[in-house]
Design a protein around this ligand. Structure first.
Ligand code: C2E
Ligand code: MG
Ligand code: MG
Length: 625
């Protein structure tokens, strides 16, 4: 089948090089015979759920080995027809789009070199006219620059870009983040759109690193005034996360696969997500576990000595580098020992040392088991050093390696400072006991829900009679009980909808979008009651509690620890600030504690009246259906 008909096709072929017109390779033949066609994939407005544009994607004959663009592009390279092929792709896309009569914008792929080549061939003035003659207003055309590594001539590209802008067409940068030169191209080209590569989008809801990357890309887009498009959206969770991150446009199989004809709506599952006001629970990057904190530390690029170096040579290095606290002995690239300056120089200064030991190898006066720290270690490993028996690192410092290779030295006080600072920062982000998100992420999540106008239920969970338990059994058992709350709350929440945060001590915040939040809370309370009892000893279990001193120092009986949850339902528009919600949830917690156990919804509902309320709602739903 010929997709491009008659004289237009002749005119198009006439623009190609003689090699393309007369070549005998499989691609040259396809090009001559009109065997290429485009399919169209929608790009959607993620807020509105409407179709924003289509991208044209080239295809060879269906069922042939030349169907996919990857194969076609590889053939083009082999037959040395890349520029011809790419131009023909653009013409094919424009021609087919013009014939389809579809409204809206068209995104077309082209490499920078092919763009330069095309503009040179047509002349800068004729660009808009050519586009129009194919049935499309240049204002609706967006050229996606692919293969960023292939930009060879920047000044020429700039000229071509001027011509593109002059005719009213716009530019996009395709697959951003895929290559190293993308960022430079972004600042040079100043495209109207940047399409973020699917690598960053895939499973975004489970990859906090990619999420941070995306936030960084958003920051750059703000600086340059660029509109972002997320590529490769395959799942509802990914779409939800992107929408909540305010990425304006998206493309991917969930919204619509490439197809022969343009379409006027996105696929149903995507539409459902876009019309759902619930907010995604974004993955939390536990700062405490973040590796590579040494990268922000100073690594002293200190000289080294070999195992065979003499003590005289070591002394010479110390004399030359007066600020060096230690010297690493390195065998090839591998550190094997560390020589402490002060200890070594004390020896070296003693009578006859030089005469007896001066020319002997330095290893005898070195620490053969020095602290070696990998550049990529996380803060917990550094904590391990601080709390270890061997405290020599305080004087000797430590050796920093990158993949086992010597990199430099660090000092003990630097280490202490870095760990303390990271810990303090981490505690604000994640609770060090449970690793659950702390106050900052809790507030941020609530604020996102409020800003989005989403209905949710904020629950403040707190233990009854925890203090006497903690005093009686010690903080270690107390920590176990707190971790139990964390484990149960996490297990009974839907990770994609509900958020579990740890405010501190025995206080937790559960933020529900799940409609069956009440049942989930009840399950947490019930399971906690069953499991917490095992943390008490037998006599306490028998007695149903323990004897302990109350706040006034008076001994009295305290029942076994239970969990109380105070809940507040937050309807859209009721509050503006997360703090207001937190305060009200604290009031609800108070009410729940007064009721001694179970779940209380602020406004005077107890667990049993809540159950009745839920049943009445369910009945209403059934009657309404
Ligand atoms: P691209 O421009 O980034 O196009 C997107 C590619 O991702 C398309 O593959 C599309 O089918 C695929 N895709 C779309 N949604 C999803 C998704 O949700 N998940 C996954 N895994 N993939 C998705 P396709 O059509 O095979 O094109 C591959 C590449 O070939 C394009 O990447 C583009 O660089 C190049 N290409 C395609 N058509 C043309 C063309 O006409 N001219 C030029 N120069 N290059 C083209
Ligand atoms: Mg593309
Ligand atoms: Mg792409």
């Amino acid at each position: 089948m010929h997709y491009i008909q008659g004289s237009r096709r002749e005119a198009m072929l006439a623009m190609l090089s003689p090699d393309a017109r007369h070549g005998t390779g499989p691609l040259a033949r396809l090009m001559q015979e009109g065997g290429l066609h485009c399919v169209f994939q929608p790009l959607a407005d993620l807020r509105e759920g409407s179709i924003y544009a289509h991208e044209a994607l080239i295809r060879g004959p269906q069922g042939s080995p030349f169907h996919t663009p990857d194969v076609l592009l590889e053939l083009a390279r082999r037959e040395r027809l890349l520029l011809d092929f790419e131009l023909l792709c653009v013409f094919t896309a424009l021609e087919q789009w013009g014939q389809s009569d579809a409204p809206g914008r068209l995104f077309v792929n082209i490499s920078a070199d092919a763009l330069v080549h095309g503009v040179t061939l047509l002349g800068t003035k004729a660009l808009g006219e050519t586009v129009r003659s194919l049935g499309l207003s240049a204002r609706l055309l967006v050229l996606e620059i692919t293969e960023h590594e292939r930009v060879t001539d920047m000044p020429q590209l700039r000229e071509a870009i001027k011509a593109v802008h002059a005719c009213g067409a716009r530019l996009a940068l395709d697959d951003f983040g895929d290559g190293r030169s993308s960022l430079r191209l972004w600042s040079e080209v100043k495209p109207d759109f940047v399409k973020i590569d699917k690598y960053f989008i895939h499973d975004i809801s489970e990859h906090p690193e990619n999420l941070q990357m995306l936030q960084a890309i958003k920051g750059i887009a703000d600086v340059f005034g660029t509109t972002l498009i997320a590529e490769g959206i395959e799942t509802r969770d990914d779409l939800r996360a992107l929408r909540d991150l305010d990425i304006p446009f998206g493309q991917g199989w969930l919204l619509g696969r490439p197809a022969a004809a343009p379409r006027d709506t996105v696929d149903m599952p995507a539409l459902e997500v876009m019309h759902d006001r619930r907010v995604a629970v974004l993955p939390h990057l536990g700062q405490a576990a973040r590796p590579g904190i040494l990268r922000s530390l100073l690594v002293l690029q200190a000289p080294t000595v070999a195992p065979s170096s003499s003590n005289d040579a070591v002394a010479a290095v110390f004399q030359q580098h007066t600020d060096l606290h230690a010297l690493a002995v390195v065998d090839g690239t591998r550190p094997v020992a560390l020589i402490n300056r002060q200890q070594f120089m004390n020896h070296y200064a003693t009578l006859y040392f030089r005469e007896v030991h001066g020319r002997k190898p330095c290893l005898a006066f070195a620490n053969p088991a020095p602290r070696v720290v990998e550049l990529d270690c996380d803060v917990d490993q550094l904590m391990g050093i601080l709390t270890s028996q061997d405290q020599r690192y305080l004087n000797d410092g430590y050796i920093v390696t990158d993949n086992g290779r010597y990199l430099g030295l660090g000092t003990g006080d630097q280490l202490v400072r870095a760990v303390t600072e990271t810990r303090i920062e981490a505690a604000r982000h994640a609770n060090p006991l449970t690793f659950l998100p702390g106050n900052i992420p809790i507030s941020l999540h609530m604020q996102r829900l409020l800003d989005n106008g989403t209905e949710f239920v904020a629950c403040y969970a707190d233990l009854n009679n925890f203090k006497p338990f903690n005093d009686h059994y010690g903080y270690w058992r107390g920590d176990q009980m707190i971790r139990l709350v964390a484990r149960l709350a996490t297990a009974h929440c839907d990770a994609r909808r509900d958020f579990v945060g740890h405010v501190g001590g025995d206080d937790f915040m559960l933020i529900f979008q799940s409609s069956n939040w009440l049942q989930r809370c009840k399950n947490i309370v019930d399971e906690f009651a069953r499991e917490a009892i095992t943390l008490f000893d037998e006599p306490a279990r028998q007695a149903g509690g323990i004897e302990a001193e109350d706040r006034h120092g008076v001994r009295r009986f305290f029942p076994c620890t239970t969990l109380a949850i105070g809940a507040v339902r937050i309807t859209p528009g009721r509050f503006r600030h997360a703090e207001e919600v937190a305060n009200l949830a604290a009031v609800a917690k108070h009410e729940a504690k007064q009721a001694a156990t179970g779940v209380v919804l602020h406004g005077g509902f107890t667990e049993s009246s809540l159950g009745a309320l839920a049943a009445a709602r369910a009945l209403q739903d059934v009657l309404a259906a």
